[in-house]
Each structure stands twice: as structure tokens, then as C-alpha cells.
Design a protein around this ligand. Structure first.
Ligand SMILES: Nc1nc2c(c(=O)[nH]1)N[C@H]1C(S)=C(S)[C@@H](COP(=O)(O)O)O[C@H]1N2
Ligand SMILES: [Mo]
Length: 235
């Protein structure tokens, strides 16, 4: 997705990129924000932990826009990291060996957040496992040590503090984290098609989500400030 393109339907431009997320996760932080290491599991022949293997993948840079389902967008973020498609072809397929049809993907964060994506959507060229933002290592606000960047999908698919990726045959018992309703987690959440939620017309939820933006940003900022202050005190 290119930058400075017209905003997708229902989105409004913000000048600053803020820490954001579902309320319950504002006070949760990664146990290890330094070392990019995560699990591959689900319906695979071999579950494994990925860390050093990532360094063997080609490093890529990408400038892309970011669209939160609550209707804010920021333009022109510079990410660096690894293409998901390379990760899949060079690590997942040969080493974990997903079962045929394991194309329902569950992403989990170190903070306990989880969401799902369709494998074909993850294999697009603009989907990254990113470890830097705007030339600096990812900070805690934006997903250290490693996050998913999928610009064509709403922010809630862009898993921060990546802890695990599971390749599953079918949805099984998957559900969005309690107490949030499953209708908030559209399986694809494509921004261009305004797949904001499941079942309901997107335009209905725009005003509700829009009201939440200042509340969530305030809560996220205060929680991060407290977390960083505790970290300093512990040092
Ligand atoms: N682990 C984790 N990933 C997450 C979230 C979260 O709370 N925890 N929030 C999601 C939502 S709703 C959005 S809009 C983006 C926000 O990314 P940012 O905090 O870097 O702005 O992260 C997404 N990924
Ligand atoms: Mo979001």
C-alpha cells in the first residue's frame, strides 16, 4: 500500500502514531521486549521456537499507512524487518511443515492479546514481521521486540509483541479474547472493503468506535508512563 494515498472509507487522518489497543491490554506489557523470539505451532508436524533463523531472511524496508478500526489512520510509517512470505517459505514450510489446509492463522502477543488472519492475506508482499519503526528499534509502545505489519488490514490484526503464530485447519475453538465479542474480530478485516466487524454494517460502528479514540489513547499513555516509571525504579 502506498503512502499519501486517499484515506480508505470511514477513516480520518491523525498526525501522531499513538500506542493503542483493546482496553484490557493497556496495562499488559511484554516480559521480553529485547529478544525477538516466538513460537510456531498449531496443526504443524513440528512446533518450534524461532529466533536466530529470522536473521537469515532478507531484510526489507517499507513505507506504509496504518489504519485502526476505530477510524484513525496515520500515513507514511517506515518499517524494517522481514517479509512474512519469506518467513513462511523458508522457515514455516520446511521446518514446521503445516498440515494441508492449515490456513487459518492465530497470532498471539506477549501481552495475551490474540487475533486471527487468513494465510493468503499474510503472504502478500506488504506484510512484514517488523523490528524497526522510523529508523529506530521498535519501542514498547509500538510492539517491541517484533510485530506484524499488514497495512491492508485494520490495526487490530497487526499483532504487537509477537509471541506465537499458529497455523490451524479451521477455526476450531478459536475466539477473540474475553470479554470482547467475536463480532469485533472480522476474519479478514480488509481496510479497502471496510470489513470493520463481522455481521454488522461498518457504518453503524464508525461513530461508536470514534468516541473511544481519546479514551483509549489516554489510558494507553498513562499505563505506559507508569510501566516505564516502574522499570526505572527497578533499575
Ligand atoms: N499485542 C498486541 N497487539 C496489538 C494490540 C494490543 O493491544 N496488543 N492492539 C491492536 C490495535 S487495536 C491496534 S490499532 C494496533 C495499534 O498499534 P500501535 O499501538 O503501534 O499504534 O495494534 C494492534 N496490535
Ligand atoms: Mo485498533
Amino acid at each position: 500500500m502506498t503512502t499519501d494515498s486517499p484515506l480508505p472509507p470511514g477513516q480520518q487522518l491523525r498526525s501522531s502514531f499513538e500506542r493503542f489497543g483493546l482496553g484490557r491490554f493497556a496495562n499488559k506489557f511484554p516480559a521480553d521486549a529485547r529478544h525477538a523470539r516466538f513460537q510456531i505451532g498449531g496443526d504443524v508436524a513440528t512446533s518450534l521456537v524461532v529466533d536466530e533463523q529470522l536473521r537469515a531472511l532478507p531484510r526489507v524496508s517499507q513505507r506504509s499507512d496504518f489504519h485502526c478500526v476505530t477510524t484513525w489512520s496515520v500515513q507514511g510509517l517506515e518499517w524494517q524487518g522481514f517479509r512474512f512470505a519469506d518467513f513462511y517459505a523458508r522457515i514455516v514450510e520446511p521446518l514446521a511443515r503445516p498440515k494441508p489446509g492449515a490456513d487459518f492463522v492465530v497470532l498471539k502477543g506477549q501481552d495475551g492479546y490474540r487475533t486471527c488472519m487468513h494465510l493468503p492475506d499474510l503472504l502478500h508482499d506488504d506484510v512484514l514481521l517488523a523490528d524497526t519503526l522510523n529508523g529506530a528499534p521498535l519501542d514498547i509502545a509500538h510492539g517491541a521486540p517484533l510485530r506484524l505489519v499488514a497495512p491492508a488490514h485494520y490495526g487490530y490484526k497487526n499483532m504487537k509483541h509477537l509471541a506465537a503464530i499458529e497455523f490451524r485447519v479451521g477455526r476450531g475453538d478459536y475466539r477473540f479474547p474475553f470479554p470482547y465479542p467475536g463480532l469485533m474480530d472480522h476474519p479478514r478485516a480488509r481496510v479497502a472493503l471496510e470489513e470493520r466487524v463481522r455481521y454488522l454494517p461498518a457504518a453503524w460502528v464508525r461513530p461508536l468506535y470514534r468516541m473511544l479514540i481519546p479514551v483509549v489513547i489516554g489510558k494507553s499513555r498513562r499505563a505506559l508512563a507508569r510501566h516505564l516509571a516502574q522499570d526505572d525504579a527497578a533499575r
